[in-house]
Design a binder for this molecule. Structure first.
Ligand SMILES: Cc1cc2nc3c(=O)[nH]c(=O)nc-3n(C[C@H](O)[C@H](O)[C@H](O)COP(=O)(O)O)c2cc1C
Length: 191
């Protein structure tokens, strides 16, 4: 292992979610620039089993209405969920597009789609945007599925809420160190 500076390591160490963001958002061109390098993620058989739906402005309301419908459909629910879906100026729906394959089961394809979402949120953070991955119990409901016009073999992994980082949140937030021994073992424990 070389000891040169490692920008990827710094990026991962510095990543954090931002639950509150400003109204600024990456343009479609800026977003496309960050999505293009996702061609490098590990992907069994190169299936690219994912896609991203960018929702801005009033388009975000489809999320709120669908979540409200899935939760019972009371009128006040709609207002509450629409407000929640408007917490960021850009909302990226992450879709796993599962293809028929004898070699690559569904869980592997969802793992690839999840990798795309994690890497994209890291790249967005590195580009100076605030990101928060959100889901909810109704994420895979029929109403939410329909609202996003997903096919029968597509599944939502949630939404990346993206916007500007408020000045007060720009400071670094130190994390508790990871007790690596809990997450890494050399070999398997004897039975
Ligand atoms: C698949 C997935 C779904 C998530 N859903 C939610 C959510 O609905 N609400 C929430 O507060 N955090 C959710 N989180 C966690 C946040 O995105 C975030 O990771 C957490 O607040 C910790 O902040 P950090 O990323 O800076 O460590 C989710 C994370 C993942 C990976």
């Amino acid at each position: 292992m070389n000891s040169d500076p490692c920008p990827a390591l710094d990026a991962v160490r510095g990543r954090r979610s931002h639950s509150k963001v400003t109204d600024e958002a990456p343009t479609s061109e800026q977003l496309a620039e960050l999505i293009a390098p996702l061609s490098s993620i590990a992907d069994h058989s190169g299936m690219r089993p994912w896609r991203i739906i960018a929702l801005r402005g009033d388009e975000r309301d489809l999320i709120g209405h669908a979540l409200a419908e899935a939760s019972g459909g009371e009128p006040e629910q709609h207002e509450k969920f629409v407000k929640k879906a408007r917490r960021a100026p850009l909302v990226l729906a992450i879709v796993a597009c599962v293809q028929d394959s004898k070699k690559v089961p569904t869980w592997e394809q969802e793992a690839v789609a999840s990798g795309a979402a994690h890497l994209l949120s890291l790249l967005l953070h590195e580009a100076g945007w605030g990101v928060m991955w959100r889901t909810g119990l109704q994420t895979r409901s029929e109403a939410v599925h329909r609202a996003h016009r997903l096919s029968g073999s597509e599944y939502l992994l949630g939404w990346l809420y993206v916007g500007g980082i408020p000045d007060r949140d720009r400071r670094e937030k130190p994390r508790k160190p990871l007790p690596v021994e809990r997450f890494l073992s050399e070999g398997v424990d004897p039975a």
